[in-house]
Design a protein around this ligand. Structure first.
Ligand SMILES: [Zn+2]
Length: 302
């Protein structure tokens, strides 16, 4: 953290308003690919912005630390859009050091009553909000408003783009509901390495179990693997899933434990949980990522 604080000082973060770039484009920095994809959709047709996405394919946002290059981009940004709800756990201190009007936590627009609280003792919310498309639609409405305030002259275009984006989210939401409707009820169980899919499960009618807690920083033990393996054998679950941004080691250990207990278990495929897929994949944009997950899960559970 010391190093970062030093870098911020050198770059003058927090001292004055951002400098316009050479070509007068507004600099917008998004943390995740999901947010960058949404921002690109909302600003489609505007050439007055330069959009930077910090976290590439396969990046784990819970563990991600800002590089020197990131700090430079953040220092020049007119607006920094991050998920919040502690998704970017290692960047929180950095965001708090930046002038609040230049930093926007997109997820906090979701009313507390609609968030999933993951602690029995305090308000600690699950950050994986992009997996409930109705919530993600609210996030896009909030972000559109924020962008309006930054570019009042482009209000009309942003509004039009937001309507189109939200319509697409609605259709995808309905498509996912129909897809899981085809899976027999007792087979609607989704098991992955970490608890990224709680909102997904709530929205699309799946029971969800993760081996790690909400963040990938949580440890899991042999006991957790054994408990999960028992559950899988008893419930006759056919498939479990690996995630692109989490090591497959844990899920492979669960599969081995199930086989040792005399059960049978397939690895149902790779899901994109906390980052978009690589450039050449169908999951290289948000809708593609969501569709890939639904098809992979539905196909393996059927
Ligand atoms: Zn996660």
């Amino acid at each position: 953290m010391k190093k970062l604080a030093f870098a911020l000082l050198v770059l003058g973060i927090g001292s004055c308003s951002p400098q316009p770039s050479e070509n007068n484009q507004l600099q917008i920095v998004c943390t995740t690919g999901m947010l960058a994809d949404m921002t690109a959709a909302l600003t489609e047709g505007l050439d007055s912005i330069n959009l930077i996405s910090l976290m590439g394919p396969g990046t784990d946002p819970h563990l991600y630390k800002a590089s020197q290059e990131d700090v430079f981009a953040l220092s020049r940004a007119d607006l920094i859009i991050y998920n919040g709800l502690h998704l970017e756990g290692k960047m929180q201190d950095l965001f708090e050091k930046l002038p609040s009007e230049r930093v926007y936590a997109a997820g906090t627009v979701i009313p507390k009553s609609e968030r999933i609280n993951v602690s029995a003792f305090e308000a600690a919310y699950d950050p994986h909000i992009w997996f409930d498309l109705q919530l993600w639609s609210k996030v896009s409405a909030g972000l559109a408003k924020k962008l309006d305030s930054l570019m009042p002259e482009s209000k009309e275009i942003i509004h039009k783009n937001a309507i189109k984006y939200q319509k697409n989210l609605d259709s995808l939401h309905q498509w996912a509901l129909n897809a899981f409707g085809e899976v027999p009820e007792k087979q609607r169980v989704l098991i992955t390495a970490h608890d990224a899919f709680k909102y997904f499960g709530r929205a699309y009618g799946l029971e969800v179990r993760g081996l790690q807690g909400i963040s990938t920083t949580a440890e899991f033990g042999i006991r957790d693997i054994s408990d999960l393996a028992n559950f899988i054998v008893e419930a006759e679950i056919k498939a479990i899933f690996i995630e692109s941004s989490v090591s497959p080691r844990a899920i492979e250990a669960v599969q081995e434990a199930v086989i040792r207990k005399g059960g049978e278990l397939q690895i149902g495929g790779e899901l994109y949980s906390d980052a978009l897929g690589p450039k050449e994949s169908e999951a290289n944009h948000f809708f593609g990522m969501f569709q890939h997950n639904v098809k992979t899960i539905q196909g393996a559970l059927l």
